[in-house]
Ligand binder design. Sequence first.
Ligand SMILES: NC(=O)C1=CN([C@@H]2O[C@H](COP(=O)(O)OP(=O)(O)OC[C@H]3O[C@@H](n4cnc5c(N)ncnc54)[C@H](O)[C@@H]3O)[C@@H](O)[C@H]2O)[C@@H](O)CC1
Ligand SMILES: Nc1ncnc2c1ncn2[C@@H]1O[C@H](COP(=O)(O)OP(=O)(O)O)[C@@H](O)[C@H]1O
Ligand SMILES: [K+]
Length: 502
Amino acid sequence: MSNELLTPAEMGEADRKAIEAGPFDGIKLMRNAGACVAREVLRRYAAAERVHVLCGPGNNGGDGYVVARLLAESGVPVSLWSSGEPRPGSDAALAAGECPLRPMPLAGFLPTTGSIIVDALYGAGLSRAIEGDTVRAIELAITFGLPVVAIDLPSGISGANGRVMGAAFRAELTITFARMKPGHLLMPGREYCGEMVLSDIGISDAVIDELQVCTFRNCPQLWLGEFPVPGVDTHKYRRGHVGVFSGGPASTGAGRLSALAAARSGAGAVTVLSPGNALAVNAMHLTSIMLRKADDGTEVEAFIGDRRPSAFVLGPGFGVGDKVREFALAVLAVRAGVEGLVLDADGITSFREEPSALFTAAAAPDAPALVLTPHDGEFARLFPDLAADEGLSKLERARQAAARSHGVVVAKGADTVIAAPDGRAAINANGTPWLATAGSGDVLAGLIAGLLAQGMPAFGAACAAVWIHAEAGARFGPGLIAEDLPLALAPVLRELTYSTES
Ligand SMILES: NC(=O)C1=CN([C@@H]2O[C@H](COP(=O)(O)OP(=O)(O)OC[C@H]3O[C@@H](n4cnc5c(N)ncnc54)[C@H](O)[C@@H]3O)[C@@H](O)[C@H]2O)[C@@H](O)CC1
Ligand SMILES: Nc1ncnc2c1ncn2[C@@H]1O[C@H](COP(=O)(O)OP(=O)(O)O)[C@@H](O)[C@H]1O
Ligand SMILES: [K+]
């Protein structure tokens, strides 16, 4: 796999292990890294009148000295600026020694229009907020409107959590090595990185495997092996049956959006479970999706006994209150046949006073899998202490929430994080702001339930649904409303299904 995400500490460990294992020692890895960057600069910025290479005191600066040398050897006018001498004997000092250009102090940095900047000040080793000459250089890049190519990370962005430490370059292009870091995908880091290029510098997959990383970039590679594809001899009852709880007569649309998405995902049957007083309005809007009255726990249990549903969605448009808790706990108490419960929106908010009741039910042996899909506001209602802890990244928050709740947590937003109770986590990055429209989360909840109903394990189902939902939204683009999404899922599902056959 190449979709593992390495923290800066893990990346340092990978560098060390790779150097130990050979064939490349530190300076050779650095030359490889610099060569990748120089190649991209030559290919993309052939018209640049001058390249300003800004080098820091660590190995990120070392990469910069390699780039400066290679560009100069290719005949590109290069100006070299340094914020501090490399430590004597370090790989960066060797790289600086091999570079024929003498660096000027960063304090005197003055770019010219028509030039570009290669940012080799700080990468994985950023340890505190940047200040002084680096901040000035960032301001000058903005004033002159110069394209910035960042090596590994834009200086000022934390590789661990994507935060801006003091200030940061806004790169047009960021070239990183071996594996991406969480800070490349978590906001606002992702925005500061611009286009991302992942380069192979000779660190083998075996070295990465040794680290036993459990954080991933969310992409089909992560879950395609579990993706449900119907066999030729299947029938609708084998393709899973999703129950979606509807809200009252004035708020039935959200549940129907979930139901439609569950059906599009390939579930063989979908039933909307409606309060008696909303049956008529639901009936007016449903065709292939079934409808059944469910006003209390007994009716829910009767539905489970009669129709053997394999997954549920509870929350969209449902209203906050006791009934959510009753229904959620009834579903989580089933011991066979129900694969999972997706708790969204009001379903999450209803447990704000007593989250432990939910978490205990989810922890019981053989309980259906719980998938929670909070946006930031809902997350803070269920996990107020984690939300308030500014020391935690979104990744760490979601991971701790999953461990505490015994459920898969889908912490939504531009950088949706999916975390499992066993510690695995994935960060999603193929979304689009066009998804920020009412009802789009209801579609996501239905899609997760549809995949769960077809037997996909909960973490994979949640990751797959988030990616497919984002992909469908991004392809649709401007004009998207939630009603468009269930149908927009179809081409994405089609491509994924065909790709499992090749
Ligand atoms: N041999 C290797 O280990 C390789 C390292 N690589 C490069 O090495 C980088 C990591 O190198 P390092 O661990 O040396 O880290 P960096 O070069 O990112 O930064 C560390 C240096 O910057 C200083 N520093 C950190 N934050 C600062 C701040 N806010 N203000 C002022 N100074 C600050 C530190 O004291 C240290 O001197 C990667 O990002 C990558 O570019 C690549 O060349 C691949 C091979
Ligand atoms: N800026 C964004 N970029 C990508 N995806 C986004 C963005 N804003 C929202 N989304 C996605 O849109 C969906 C919105 O869900 P939610 O907030 O629950 O809305 P609703 O309750 O109206 O359905 C989530 O899947 C979320 O990740
Ligand atoms: K950098």
